[in-house]
Design a protein. Structure first.
Length: 388
């Protein structure tokens, strides 16, 4: 009996030691699976200088850097900044547009100052592109009402339309539908010294055409296979290709749609496809995820832009674009000096009556506004006298 109790006690002691030892022993976590298992992305980008200069902030050896979003707080459609932290190495996770972001208001003074500074850098980029013969392609994709158009306007505001041009193609014609899919986009690619901004691009096939049934499953699969090869050809030929996905939450998108609905100047922005994007939100999310798996490559990576705040999106996107290109300031040449006006040789302009001028409505409106202001002031004075 004593032997049994002794044996039982030693077993308990041994099991207790085993449990303590197992708690002390660190558990080896399984390695996360690769985000992108597309075999095309494993292809070497080549040794061309253009390929090596694709992006200074591109993917690392462990894969594309992924952003982790902060906890939910307040949201807004503009003038706010979202806190973003990079995920630890080896812990990448896909960006979810349904994730909430913690945002803070960006003061207008800071926003305008930084935007003006960035636009000055864009002018330097333009000079560099023109002087070196560089070719730049910038693709803007993302949800409807995510702020792509507004960002494009800020980029091109002070740039020459002869250097930087925007391509926003309409629905393909019957003839274009019979062509190779990429054919209608190839003719818009830049020549030397040009920047082309695609407001929507060949990625329509992986997005709206797939979700809305405008393309067959076979056509979508063919696109997913050909697109990385097509983009690799562009990069290896020396084109600087940048791809941006503007990500907006469903709540903010709905707010912006509602704002457009109540604004007669922007109602034209609400198309039937925009309305479909509300009811097919998850379909578009799945289509985007599938597109990223196949087309987020080492030589042409996607860069996500958090766009719940329009101001944040504009500053972050333009800043990243400038950081990713190897441009430098190039002087215009000799200092520009205005020549002195020569003395008159006796030329006299013809009288105004012989030419047709547009009516001076501006002066008329100013006079009417002054008259209304004077009437209001006189009426207020009369009311004051009556009270006295």
């Amino acid at each position: 009996m004593a032997d049994k109790q002794k044996t039982k006690g030693s077993e308990k002691k041994h099991s207790r030691k085993s449990r303590e030892k197992s708690r002390e022993k660190p558990v080896k976590e399984s390695e996360p699976a690769a985000l992108h298992e597309n075999p095309i992305s494993a292809l070497p980008p080549g040794e061309q200088s253009a390929t090596s200069a694709v992006s200074k902030t591109g993917p690392t050896e462990t894969g594309t850097p992924v952003i982790k979003l902060g906890a939910s707080a307040s949201r807004g459609s503009g003038g706010q900044f979202a806190h973003v932290t990079a995920a630890p190495s080896g812990m990448e996770g896909a960006i979810s547009e349904a994730e909430a972001t913690h945002v803070e208001k960006i003061p207008n003074k800071i926003y305008e100052a930084e935007l003006y500074r960035l636009q000055g850098e864009l002018v330097k980029l333009q000079r560099w592109v023109k002087a070196t013969g560089a070719r730049v392609v910038i693709i803007f994709e993302g949800r409807d009402a995510a702020g792509k158009g507004g960002t494009i306007k800020r980029i091109t505001e002070y740039m020459s339309p002869r250097v930087a041009r925007v391509v926003a193609l309409p629905t393909p014609t019957e003839r274009e539908k019979s062509q190779w899919y990429f054919q209608r986009y190839i003719q818009h690619l830049p020549a030397a010294g040009e920047i082309v901004l695609f407001d929507r691009s060949w990625y329509n096939r992986a997005g709206v055409e797939k979700v809305m049934g405008f393309a067959t499953g076979k056509q979508v699969q063919e696109f997913m296979r050909q697109c990385p090869i097509f983009e690799q050809m562009l990069v290896e030929d020396g084109i600087y290709l940048r791809k941006y996905w503007f990500s907006v939450s469903d709540e903010v998108q709905y707010e912006r749609f509602q704002s457009r609905l109540n604004d007669p100047l922007r109602q034209w922005k609400l198309s039937p496809m925009d309305l479909e994007s509300i009811t097919r939100w998850e379909d578009y999310s799945r289509a985007k995820d599938d597109m990223m798996v196949h087309t987020d490559t080492a030589y042409a990576p996607w860069h996500h832009v958090l766009a719940d705040s329009k101001k944040q999106a504009r500053l972050n996107m333009i800043s990243h674009l400038l950081e990713s290109l190897p441009y430098y300031d190039i002087a215009e040449g000799d200092e520009i000096k205005l020549p002195k006006r020569p003395k008159s040789t006796g030329y006299q302009r013809p009288p105004v009556s012989v030419s047709k001028y547009v009516p001076d409505r501006a002066s008329q409106w100013v006079a009417e506004a002054k008259e209304r202001k004077a009437r209001r002031k006189a009426k207020g004075q009369r009311n004051t006298d009556t009270e006295d």
